[in-house]
Design a protein around this ligand. Sequence first.
Ligand code: P71
Length: 470
Amino acid sequence: MTPPRTMGQQFGRKSWAEPWKIKMVEPLRLTTRAHRERALAMAGFNTFLLRSEDVYIDLLTDSGTGAMSDRQWAGMMLGDEAYAGSRNYYRLEEAVRTHYGYRHFLPTHQGRGAEHLLSRTCIEPGQYVPGNMYFTTTRAHQELAGGTFVDVVIDQAHDPTSLHPFKGNVDLDKLEGLIRREGPDRIAYVSLAGTVNMAGGQPVSMENIRVLRALCDRHGLRIYLDATRMVENAFFIQEREPGYAHRSVAEILREFCEHTDGAWMSAKKDGLVNIGGWLAVNDGELFEELRNLLVLFEGLHTYGGMAGRDMEALAIGIEESVEDAHVRSRIGQVRYLGELLQDWGIPIVVPVGGHAVFLDGRRFYPHLPQDQFPAQALAGHLYLDSGIRAMERGIASAGRDPRTGDHHYPSLELTRLTIPRRVYTQAHMDVVAESVKSVYDARQSACGLRMVYEPRYLRFFQARFEPIAD
Ligand code: P71
């Protein structure tokens, strides 16, 4: 028996700890395997359709699932619920301006509300929208507006084993090729995401945004940034990019945003709140149009679908989110789980990203063809083993090509273990790692799934599956 070692010792470094202590707890419920078998069958083998009460450790998403601080809860009591001109709106506007920049700001009910407005105003039918890998809701709104998404992320992003430190980077040759082929007029804008979700939470470098800016300036193109997890991106720049080790996450965030023309955010992630979002741009004319559409789809421009108290909590959340100690411990926890799995030879996306550990469904279940939904099946087996809920990010999420009606066959077939911010402890991570290992050890007996119900939009949310018996 080797003597027990601290987490730091296990990985040959000093231990770190969360920069907070726990003031309130929410009990978790353990269930039996028989209970989970029934629950998963009722949910059509789709973890989105499980009741949260039937889940033990919920790693479905980091979206809206974080824990607010005592300061944020105190802020909730300061909600000014006036229909127009709420004090909290001005606080939030100030927080976004301080930390992200941009001249004009609008609150939205969540990220996709902002995506809807931006796509509607900035895409003309028939135009292309190049981006560093698709995101489900982002692409859906671009297509709804008549645009066609074009993936211009570097090839390494599609390779789960590539150790490139900035797998979210735009491949400038791919973008330039598109501009040359189609002409800049047929390009709506460049849709750039910080820490690319579908690639495994992989960052974009400062150098990449700088060169991208220059290229776009040459062709008169705008860059709109999905800043949903841009704070985490800033941390990776601090950690990995020469010249940034001594700059704060907050400074790096501001510098990055300065290279873009506007941004939107699902504040439910880095923003440390349970609901909310925003859209901010520099162009005054565009802003006017967005603000006008906002009243049609979201709410008056001083609340945009959010309660006053929620805007206050977000203003405080933004301030807390850019503190170096917070980001370091948040990403440190994700990395701890990832390194455990890597040590045990379990196939995951490397380098471990910002918000989640992504299991590689192709290497986990090499015997399952992609149209039998290996990553969806893996999420099901994990739930059956321990009550842990993960999310499929593979062929089910990728949906169909709107023109041909065929499945998109994404190169990445992943199951995401997404870590909510400030919610679970290291002990939970150990339990998760052990459950993944037991599912991995039983991998040979896993069977695939058949989709028996497929909704038209964003099918993964509500689709139903059945196991394919041998
Ligand atoms: C996540 C989510 C929530 C989600 C959305 C769609 C399918 C499954 C889960 C939402 C994002 C996101 C990025 C980069 C915009 C949105 C939409 N992510 N951009 O990862 O990650 O924001 O959910 O507030 O509308 O679980 P919204």
